[in-house]
Design a protein around this ligand. Structure first.
Ligand code: ADP
Ligand code: MG
Ligand code: ZN
Length: 498
């Protein structure tokens, strides 16, 4: 809360108004080269090292369309149930900003490549239709950093520009107004973003990492009195870059607009900025299309994908992620709760699938990835797929547990070894001498020693206090450095003291 906006209670808004949302999502494609030139799109390179006359907008340079970007756009469009234009053009969107080298962005306007789609997502168990207006191609802008003045333009001493991102292929996916979300518009928006992120990754067209700005959302929202069929005035909160913030920003705008309407005011159509502290502020008042003086881009030929090409691309579409989740849950025999943990852990479903393909039982694969390895990933602040152990190694580890070579405890030490670069699980077991001692003679000796060293406890067990055996089992396990099967040790202790 910034303390300036009056907010109406969310439920109170819901009691009198219907919410309409519209989401404009930008996705940076993972192509090797940029949209109109051969420069690399790699993230994190030295500033301005990935630039050329085209992406610097130098006079006389000419753009050429990146074929892979067009393919990705078509595949995205097909996945969203869109029509693919037989013929379409790029358009110039004219505006000045220092991160826009040409003083116009090449985008698409009234002739998008993909249009009129629809997807159904599930929110809290309920299906929700998301109608898609269009998917169009454009280019990203450069990156401005303000130096001094706490990084804001106001008060900055000077600003730096990095054009490495200028010209990176950008897809804009725009929904039609989304109706029928009941009281759940913010959750629907969040789920839709999660759906898109998963889809982009499944298609392999973008890493869709919101924290890196690979995927970002402008969230439009308006209120209309219940029963009305005339859309209210919307605001557009720009450049939201996390799922949580999409939900929070919409909730905030709904409560803010609700308060404006309740006191008889009118919502101003404007862009707003989201602040991670939890509120929006007014940005510039909204440009209209006329302000941009759109016109067809004369430097590029129209894009006219043949129907054969579109059919070929359709054949490359992956199983839709939601269907895949349902299929794998059934194959793995996971309960809804177990599957929810899998879905809630980024990348877990792929890792578990690969671990199962490498021979592990689904339950074991799930156990390793969601407990021990998830914990390590969390502690290191990295992704599950970055922990440093492969699905094949996890499967190998589990097979050593299954054949009795390792206990789960010893397996954890083997993981330490694998992560330390000591080789495959079997190598670590050999080098560190971690295998379970199954030699009954050695076990019996250790049990005898523990009993001899703890006569009082042994006597308690003899007297029928079976719980006291725990201390003896612990002593044996300690003496064997964990390399014993605790259940077998327990049997031996109780046998000897009965
Ligand atoms: P702009 O370029 O002005 O942002 P777009 O057409 O690109 O306009 O996107 C507007 C977005 O807002 C779309 O997702 C559209 O469905 C949505 N939208 C339009 N009117 C409303 C409204 N009254 N309330 C909520 N969303 C709306
Ligand atoms: Mg827009
Ligand atoms: Zn370039």
């Amino acid at each position: 809360m910034n303390g300036l906006d009056e907010l109406l209670d969310y439920d109170e808004v819901m009691a009198t108004h219907d919410v309409v949302i519209g989401l404009e999502v930008h996705v940076e494609l993972d192509t090797k080269s940029k949209m109109w030139c051969g420069c690399s799109t790699d993230f994190g390179a030295a500033p301005n090292s990935h630039t050329c006359p085209v992406c610097l907008g130098l006079p006389g340079s000419l753009p050429v369309v990146n074929r892979t970007a067009v393919e990705s756009a078509i595949r995205i469009g097909l996945s969203l149930g869109c029509q693919i234009a037989e013929w379409c053009r790029f358009a110039r969107k004219n505006y000045f900003y220092p991160d826009m080298t040409k003083n116009y962005q090449i985008s698409q306007y009234d002739e998008p490549l993909c249009f009129d789609g629809e997807v159904v997502i599930v929110v809290d168990g309920q299906p929700q239709v998301i109608p898609i207006e269009r998917v169009h191609m454009e280019e990203d802008a450069g990156k401005t950093s303000h130096v001094g003045g706490a990084g804001r333009i106001q008060g900055a001493d000077y600003s730096l520009l990095d054009y490495n991102r200028a010209g990176v292929p950008l897809m804009e996916i725009v929904t039609k107004p989304v109706l029928g979300t009941g009281t759940k518009a913010p959750e629907v928006a969040r789920e839709y973003m999660a759906f898109l992120r998963e889809l982009m990754r499944a298609l392999g067209v973008s890493q869709a990492r919101m924290e890196r700005g690979n995927m970002r959302c402008d969230a439009n929202v308006s209120l209309m009195p219940k029963g009305s069929d005339e859309l209210g005035t919307r605001t557009e909160t720009k450049n939201i870059n996390s799922l949580k913030s999409v939900e929070a920003a919409l909730r905030y705008e709904i409560c803010r607009q609700g308060a404006v309407l309740k006191r008889g005011g009118r919502v101003v159509q404007e862009t707003r900025m989201w602040h991670e502290e939890g509120y929006t502020t007014a940005g510039r008042s909204k440009e209209t299309a006329e302000d941009y003086r759109y016109f067809p881009e004369p430097d590029l030929v129209p894009v006219a994908p043949s129907r054969e090409w579109v059919a070929q691309l359709r054949a490359t579409l992956p199983e839709p992620p939601a269907e895949r989740r349902i299929r794998l849950q059934a194959e793995w025999g996971f309960t809804d709760l177990e599957m929810r943990d899998v879905n809630g852990n980024e990348g877990a479903i792929d890792l578990i699938e690969q671990t199962v393909s490498a021979g592990a039982a689904a339950a074991s694969a799930r156990k390793w990835w969601l407990t021990e390895l998830a914990r390590r990933a969390n502690e290191a602040g990295i992704g599950l797929d970055e922990v440093g152990i492969s699905p094949a190694q996890v499967a190998a580890l589990q097979s050593l547990v299954d054949d009795g070579t390792l206990t789960d405890n010893l397996a954890r030490q083997v993981i330490d070894g694998v992560l330390a670069g000591e080789g495959e699980p079997a190598d670590v077991v050999a080098a560190r001498g971690l295998a379970v001692v199954s030699d009954e003679g050695a076990l019996a000796q250790a049990v005898d020693a523990a009993i001899a060293a703890n006569p009082a406890i042994a006597q308690k067990v003899r007297d029928g206090k079976v719980q006291a055996a725990g201390a003896l089992i612990g002593a044996v396990m300690k003496a064997m450095k964990g390399r014993a099967d605790a259940a077998r040790v327990r049997e031996l202790v109780l046998e000897k003291l009965s």
